[in-house]
Design a protein around this ligand. Structure first.
Ligand SMILES: [Zn+2]
Length: 289
């Protein structure tokens, strides 16, 4: 599943391609991925253009049209297997769940197709349909954004704020990092990398962490996510960035995907994989305490 660095990379790719281009047609092949129904979707988007694309956590927000008085937004969540694919006569962008062989790409799981003036086409595809698209107004967007904790790369995400969020929580640190209500955008890969970097056992409960350990987790969140964004996210079996390039962060992964391999830091133990909060969790029991 794409996380903050991957969605940020997709967003940047799409900004270059679709911004300000009139939408000639919206074709809906499977309305089950739309929240709010097909008619409102087609009516709101037809003839309009995307005037901005932003990201909140793992959610993409497309601002629709110039109408300031009654602004509408298209929200897109890629879920586990969602993809956004854009192509025109010169270029193709592939974001989200990867294609083993792009030549064999079929439109079977492309549920929504946007055709832009000039011939560009944006597809929203999702095999398992855990992702969705939804049109909301300003109030709807505000309500949606309230479901998220702070953006970890925003200057507002200070150590003080992190301490406040963590205060009195009894959950384990891994589940805490995955909870979008506490911090937005972190998923399984980066949670494991952050905890390895900060040398914290993912099973530890938050209220057992010392001031110094909380600080170490906070510092690791910024460090790991910044580095991942700079490297266009991680390459693994189900992620390719918007430009069709594989992200470069894989070479920096220290624990994720390394279960059974020797720890790169202590070189005495093999990386262990356990389940926490229903998610596979890789860590080193020797250097994460
Ligand atoms: Zn180790």
């Amino acid at each position: 599943m794409p996380e903050l660095p991957e969605i940020e990379t997709i967003k940047n790719g799409l900004l270059e391609k679709v911004l300000g281009k009139p939408i000639l047609e919206v074709e809906v092949n499977n309305a089950s991925v739309l929240r709010g129904g097909k008619n409102i979707f087609k009516k709101t988007l037809g003839g309009e253009s995307f005037t901005d694309i932003t990201r909140r956590g793992k959610m993409l927000i497309f601002e629709i049209g110039e109408n300031v008085a009654d602004k509408k937004f298209l929200l897109a969540r890629l879920g586990m297997t969602g993809r956004l694919v854009y192509f025109d006569s010169d270029d193709a962008l592939w974001g989200g769940y990867s294609f083993k062989d792009k030549k064999s790409f079929s439109h079977k799981h492309c549920h929504v197709i946007f055709t832009f003036e000039g011939g560009g086409v944006l597809l929203f595809c999702d095999v398992r349909r855990f992702g969705y698209m939804e049109i909301v107004d300003e109030m709807g967007l505000k309500n949606k954004l309230e479901e998220f904790g702070p953006e970890p790369l925003s200057p507002d995400f200070t150590l003080g704020i992190f301490r406040d969020i963590a205060r009195n929580k009894k959950t384990n640190i891994k589940a805490f990092l995955l909870n979008q209500k506490y911090i937005a955008g972190i998923g399984n890969i980066y949670a494991d990398e952050i905890l390895f970097e900060s040398k914290i056992d993912p099973q530890r409960s938050i209220d057992s962490l010392s001031v110094k350990e909380i600080r170490a987790v906070y510092d690791a969140i910024g460090k790991i996510l910044k580095k991942a964004v700079a490297n266009r996210g991680t390459t693994f079996s189900d992620y390719v960035d918007a430009a069709g390039d594989k992200g470069n962060f894989k070479k920096f992964l220290k624990v994720y995907g390394r279960a059974g391999e020797q720890c790169l830091r202590c070189d005495t133990k093999k990386i262990r994989k356990i389940k926490i909060a229903g998610r596979g969790t890789s860590y080193c029991e020797c250097c994460q305490k």
